[in-house]
Design a protein around this ligand. Structure first.
Ligand code: CP
Ligand code: NVA
Length: 329
């Protein structure tokens, strides 16, 4: 199978076999890196990194993965380029497409990255939109493989919290593509939209994935091998929604009790990060003042506990983003 020249915009643009092949390649690249035998496959390539939203992991993963493979990156943030305020996405795409071999984009709208990809003439990589976060899903899959030692088809993966945004929607679809037993556990108004559910169901028919969408935490996490969550208020949402959001989602916090409800002492805790698990952040403190909660989507006990694999996940962003660039460029 060849992925050369393809853009990486959302999970469902790929077949399940293509999707799994990114994870396999990342595993191989990680092993090469670890053993000091990494071969540079992107020498002389150049990649533009457009970030309309802030980032720690995704930006660093793209920059470092490119460097390790011999490629160059140029970082563009909204305040230091013309994108959006003075120049349209379509025009920017044609400018950058003339100069670069690939373009990464993080922003609000999936429609923007789809437009970028139509006009750029080079592969475009989704570093997160409101709708999808596909590079995160490859890191999650690699982490699950490393920690469960099971084929994906035997893995039960529960996601708790806000499931209508990028991470929740992507997790549903990616898990279905990998044939998992996926459970989305959220109050009705925070469950994925019908489009995301339909995409996941279509893949499940091919892969044998089992899909459960429920507001029942106990039923949702029972037997889970992995329990994932994400922050409750995403980038681009106004801070005024915090109070209502906490009220709506507080029963979906991942606590030690939630982990025990899995009935699986080996169940891993996963989070794409950043996370509000203590009062060490400005946002964490201000939400505490508003609501009295000293941890939000996950307790500090779980986050810091022995089953937490969140920093392996973070490291795997680098190996999996490297796989995306190597496969497509
Ligand atoms: N998980 C993730 O995408 O992290 P950043 O926002 O730091 O890139
Ligand atoms: N849902 C989060 C993911 C951060 C990686 C956000 O969009 O802010």
């Amino acid at each position: 199978m060849t992925l050369h020249g393809r853009s990486f915009l959302k999970e469902c643009d790929f077949t399940p076999a293509e999707w799994a092949s990114f994870v396999d390649l990342a595993e191989q690249l990680k092993a090469e890196r670890r053993s000091g035998t990494e071969r540079q496959r992107l020498i002389g390539k150049s990649i533009a990194l457009i970030f309309e939203k802030t980032s720690t992991r995704t930006r660093c993963a793209f920059e470092l993965a490119a460097f390790q493979q011999g490629a160059h990156t140029t970082y563009l943030d909204p305040s230091s380029s013309q994108i959006g305020h003075k120049e349209s996405v379509a025009d920017t795409a044609r400018v950058l497409g003339r100069m670069f071999d690939g373009i990464e984009f993080r922003g609000d709208h999936q429609s923007d990255i789809e437009k970028l990809s139509e006009r750029a003439g080079v592969p475009v990589f989704n570093g997160l939109t409101d709708e999808w976060h596909p590079t995160q899903m490859l890191a999650d899959a690699l982490t699950i493989r490393e920690h469960t030692n099971k084929p994906f088809s035997d893995v039960a993966h529960a996601y708790l919290g806000d499931a209508r945004f990028n991470t929740g929607r992507s997790l549903l679809v990616s898990s279905a593509m990998l044939g998992m037993d996926v459970r989305i556990v959220a109050p009705k108004e925070f469950q994925p939209d019908s489009e995301a559910i339909a995409i996941a169901n279509q893949f499940a028919a091919q892969t044998g994935a089992r899909i459960t969408i429920t507001d029942d935490v106990e039923a949702g996490v029972r037997g889970a091998d992995a329990v994932s969550t994400d922050i409750w208020v995403s980038m681009g949402e106004p801070k005024e929604v915090w109070q209502d959001r906490v009220a709506a989602l507080r029963d979906y916090q991942v606590s030690q009790k939630t982990m025990e409800l899995t009935g699986n002492s080996k169940a891993i805790f996963m989070h794409c990060l950043p996370s509000f698990h203590d009062l060490e952040t400005q946002v964490g403190r201000s939400v505490y003042e508003l609501t009295g909660m000293n941890a939000l989507e996950a307790t500090d006990e779980v986050f810091e506990g022995p089953n937490s694999v969140v920093f392996d996940q973070a490291e795997n962003r680098m190996h999996t983003i490297k796989a995306v660039m190597v496969a497509t460029l």
